[in-house]
Design a binder for this molecule. Sequence first.
Ligand code: HEC
Length: 152
Amino acid sequence: MTFRPILAACALSMGLALPATADEDPAIAARQGQFKLYSHNFAVLGGMAQGRMDYDAGAAQVAADNLYHLTRLDQGRLWPEGTDSEAVDGTRANISIWEDLDDFVEKFGALQMAAESLQDVAGDGLDEMRAGVGAMGQTCQACHEAHRDEAS
Ligand code: HEC
């Protein structure tokens, strides 16, 4: 073995020992922040739907309006290739997102449609809102099951 391949092997093993972290890619922090904003608003609607909070038409409408707008944010710069959980520590974005991008985009489209439907009914009464919340929650869950790693 000459010196050069040994150096290369060392660099490789150091690279494996020290994987890139999520902090090094602002796109990861940004998309995780986006999801935190989803759940911050969704919690209001879910809390009312499950009876942990009193239904308040105004507050429900604000949360649903926020979700509508949040789910319209362009995703183009949030999912660069190479930011999956096999390549980077600190993300739960499964490699399947990039391997089956059509499915991911379709599931994101379902979320957008559900947010629009929920926005239409959130202020109309508890039962109307509850149906919309349930439908939207299913779109969150469908994508998480397919494309998000289990929490470690
Ligand atoms: C199209 C796919 C998709 C949809 C739809 C989706 N998520 Fe996620 N979500 C993900 C992925 C992928 C991650 C992991 C992101 C990462 O760690 O880089 C995630 C992460 C999260 C996180 C953790 C964020 C953090 O702090 O790291 C929360 C909370 C979350 N999603 C809530 C929601 C809620 C609430 C909805 C529905 C209103 C939703 N998501 C819809 C794919 C999706």
